[in-house]
Design a protein around this ligand. Structure first.
Ligand code: OGA
Ligand code: MN
Length: 209
């Protein structure tokens, strides 16, 4: 069960600011099983990430060159994560009337040299991604390792925050508001990216104040 006070904090932050950065939300045993699963996936179990899955697998290496593996509903480690996200989905709907319909997510691996250039996860009216999540799975990340998630203000002109992808850190933000990028990494970087979606592209949503 997710602590109700944590749920309130997340909902309040999404309504007021549009994003939140959380640490120590998951029990350490959970994190270590997610971390071992991500780091033990063999290279053949990942595939290079495309832009716009719906359009077919176009590989825009100039924009991103990470590799991904979709979360599996029947894998015990993944299920635990999905159960947590399902509760978050229902509680965000209850608190913010977001009409979140489901959650899709994948592991990501950025090999040394990889990056993901500035992008939005959704364009208003054109995508059903409403809320983005990223959980980081890297022990003892250091500034020299690069790979920060750089989040820009809505106007795209100035940097709001640089986030180090440290084990257990969870970032949640409105998908169509914040341009963001993954700075080039100098060390293998693992995470789980996820999106709460509406079941159509014109569902109600909140605007940050
Ligand atoms: C993405 C993304 C951010 C990160 O997969 O869309 O922006 O920090 N990921 O991994
Ligand atoms: Mn993104």
């Amino acid at each position: 069960m997710i602590d109700p006070q944590l749920l309130d904090r997340i909902a309040d932050a999404l309504a007021a600011d549009g994003y939140i950065i959380l640490d120590q939300v998951f029990p350490v045993e959970w994190l270590s099983s997610l971390e071992s699963r991500a780091t033990n996936l063999r290279p053949a179990q990942f595939k290079s990430a495309g832009i716009g899955r719906e359009l077919g697998s176009q590989h825009h290496v100039a924009i991103r060159n990470d590799e991904i593996r979709w979360i599996e509903e029947n894998h015990p480690v993944d299920t635990q994560y999905l159960v947590w996200m399902e509760q978050l989905r229902l509680e965000l709907n209850r608190r913010l009337y977001l009409g979140l319909f489901d959650f899709e997510s994948h592991y990501s691996h950025y090999a040394p040299g990889a990056y993901y250039k500035k992008h939005l996860d959704a364009f208003r009216g054109q995508s059903n991604r409403i809320v983005s999540t990223v959980l980081y799975l890297n022990k003892n990340w250091q500034p020299v390792d690069g790979g920060e998630l750089r989040v820009y203000a809505k106007d795209s002109a100035h940097i709001l925050v640089d986030i180090m992808p440290e084990l257990g850190r969870l970032v949640i933000f409105l998908s169509d508001v914040f341009p963001h990028e993954v700075m080039q990494v100098n060390r293998d970087r693992y995470s789980i990216a996820g999106w709460f979606r509406s079941n159509n592209s014109s569902s109600s949503r909140v605007d940050p104040a």
